[in-house]
Design a protein around this ligand. Structure first.
Ligand SMILES: Nc1ncnc2c1ncn2[C@@H]1O[C@H](COP(=O)(O)OP(=O)(O)OP(=O)(O)O)[C@@H](O)[C@H]1O
Length: 412
């Protein structure tokens, strides 16, 4: 069951919203609508669901509509059309008072510009939201103290926020949002103003916090590296449209458009792309002992590969077999392949990353066997070419994609 469901959400800025909306429905572009009506389509027909406890990142360049979309989620901006369904309730239909409740209890927002009260102490800032809600002093100070500890601000309680560094101020902003114990955290470019080192540290801490607290987080960034580090899933926006939603690996390995490809080309994929997305899932190219020397030669001839994995009758990975060794056995008049199986080779698992598979790059170009961790059954093989291409950062879509297709055709 989804925590948050966004249905056909559109946001238009400007006076002629109705006309703009109807032009949008006719398929007119953002630029055409701006020209005809003077209205800006900030969000165009967004549809997606966010799961309870998910870290959901919305990524896009400046002006792509991220902040507008985020602000529609708690109705800081009223959507022009569409629904935002939180825990099965459409919050676009709520009256002011109920909406206040949702904002206070269920969603909290953390901004890039920290929005703190500069001349109040850290403790007072963190307790501020609770104070607005009329929570008694003792209780609010206790709650504030516990989140202060959680975000690593212990010892800074009495300092004025104006005297703190950017990173520390952002922690105060985060603590203030957490003080209400909201179900959902909305974070708008929360770390963008921070120095790179502090930013990475804050990202790590947020991941830790998320794991401890199981909050649902909607996080906006214009930085794909940050999106990939943080997101369980990433939504990529362009010109008000969500053009792709997927896990970081989905987005890196199957970019939906040329636009997304152009982004992902620059990303270091080694720690993200896994064996699961690189492997041929057809261990039909594997050799069984019963194939013997002649059967092995036939499989090698038809696959065009000079080394193939050998498996037992129930598909457990045994080792690799090389063409030259099989030819030698044939020359010696052997019928069985037992002596040619090169055993005790390292194996990869579906979740092994390219980085983890780098030591497998062998001079002789042997493919990497991918096995099930529990059963040791062969699931597929990753070609050395795939590993090399991922490692050298060549354009996966253009080079590897076609090459893999061709190889796959040859093998099947
Ligand atoms: N209050 C407003 N009035 C009119 N147009 C607006 C308003 N706020 C945003 N826009 C326009 O809506 C579009 C989306 O802007 P938005 O700020 O949501 O994008 P963004 O991806 O968050 O960008 P940034 O990272 O720069 O904040 C842009 O074309 C922007 O100019």
């Amino acid at each position: 069951m989804s925590k948050l469901k966004i249905e056909a959400l559109t946001l238009i800025f400007g006076k002629e919203k109705e006309e703009a909306l109807s032009l949008l429905k006719q398929g007119k572009s953002k630029a055409e609508i701006l020209k005809k009506t003077g209205c800006t389509v900030a969000v165009k027909n967004a549809n997606f669901e966010i799961e309870q406890g998910e870290f959901f990142v919305i990524m896009g360049l400046s002006g792509s509509g991220k902040s507008s979309l985020l602000r529609c989620l708690n109705r800081l901006i009223e959507p022009t059309s569409g629904k935002v369904i939180l825990n099965q309730v459409d919050i676009t239909s709520l009256q002011d008072q109920q909406l206040q409740q949702v904002r206070r209890k269920e969603m909290a927002m953390v901004f890039q510009k920290f929005g703190l009260l500069p001349h109040r102490s850290v403790l007072e800032n963190v307790a501020f939201g609770l104070e607005l809600q009329g929570v008694a002093e003792q209780e609010r100070l206790e709650k504030a103290q516990s989140v202060i500890n959680l975000v690593g601000l212990h010892g800074y309680e009495q300092q004025h926020t104006a005297s703190l560094s950017g990173g520390m101020q952002q922690r105060v902003g985060l603590a203030r949002a957490l003080a209400n114990d909201p179900e959902i955290l909305l974070m708008d470019e929360a770390f963008s103003a921070l120095d790179p080192l502090i930013r990475t540290q804050m990202q790590d801490e947020l991941i830790d916090l998320q794991q401890k607290m199981h909050k649902t987080i909607v996080f906006i960034t214009h930085d794909l590296d940050e999106a990939i580090r943080l997101g369980d899933r990433i939504a990529i926006m362009k010109d008000g449209e969500v053009i792709q939603i997927g896990t970081p690996e989905d987005i890196l390995t199957s970019p939906a458009t040329a636009y997304v490809s152009s982004f992902v080309e620059k990303v270091d994929r080694k720690s993200i792309v896994t064996a699961a997305s690189l492997m041929f899932e057809k261990p039909t190219v594997a050799i069984y002992k019963k194939d013997g020397v002649e059967g092995s030669l036939r499989k090698m001839r038809s696959s065009g590969l000079t080394s193939l994995p050998a498996v037992s009758a129930d598909k457990h990975f045994l080792g690799f077999v090389y063409l030259k060794d099989i030819l030698e056995l044939k020359a010696q008049g052997h019928k069985t392949i037992e002596k040619a199986i090169l055993r005790d080779l390292p194996v990869a698992y579906p979740e092994s990353t390219v980085e983890q598979m780098l030591p497998f790059i062998a001079e002789n170009g042997r493919a990497v066997p991918v096995v099930d961790k529990d059963s040791n059954k062969l699931l597929g093989i990753v070609a050395q070419t795939s590993l090399l291409i991922e490692t050298t950062g060549a354009c996966w879509q253009n080079v590897n994609g076609n090459m893999m297709d061709n190889l796959q055709k040859e093998i099947v």
